[in-house]
Each structure stands twice: as C-alpha cells, then as structure tokens.
Design a protein around this ligand. Sequence first.
Ligand code: SF4
Ligand code: SF4
Length: 77
Amino acid sequence: MEKKPRVFRCVIANDECKGCERCVVACPRGVLKLGDKLNKLSFPYVTYTGSGCIGCGGCFYSCPEPGAITIVEEIDE
Ligand code: SF4
Ligand code: SF4
C-alpha cells in the first residue's frame, strides 16, 4: 500500500497571540500571516493560511507566548 504524505496544520490561539510576527519570520513555508483583526487584548493576531504546513516546529519554538501555537498532525482513521 502506498504511504500517504503526513499532513500538519498550525493552530493559533488568537487571544494568546501578541502579534510579534516571530512565527511569521520563522516559518520556512510562508504559511503564517498577521491579520488585521484585533484579539481581546487589542493585538493583531497571526492566522494560518490553511495549507502548506510541514510540521517543522519553527513557529512553535520561536513564539514567546506559551500556548499560543499548537501544531496538529491530521490522522486518517
Ligand atoms: S510548523 Fe513549520 S511549516 Fe508549519 S506553520 Fe509552523 S513554521 Fe510553518
Ligand atoms: S510568535 Fe507567537 S505571539 Fe508572536 S505573532 Fe506568532 S503566535 Fe503571535
């Protein structure tokens, strides 16, 4: 059976993000963008564009806010 490629996505906790863009700079795939909406602390927050994440962890390790970023691997049951 052919092995399926692994699929990842980056989940941002909007209200934990401070909009520093470290993750945007760290992402080798350019799949994180700072939006123009504000969170409950009045910071603009980063969003995942929806595809292209390779699960490298660059965003997670560059983020100073614990809990702002979670990387999820999509698993087919
Ligand atoms: S895990 Fe890697 S590829 Fe995925 S959003 Fe974070 S930095 Fe980008
Ligand atoms: S590094 Fe963390 S706090 Fe900074 S913009 Fe990215 S998710 Fe937000």
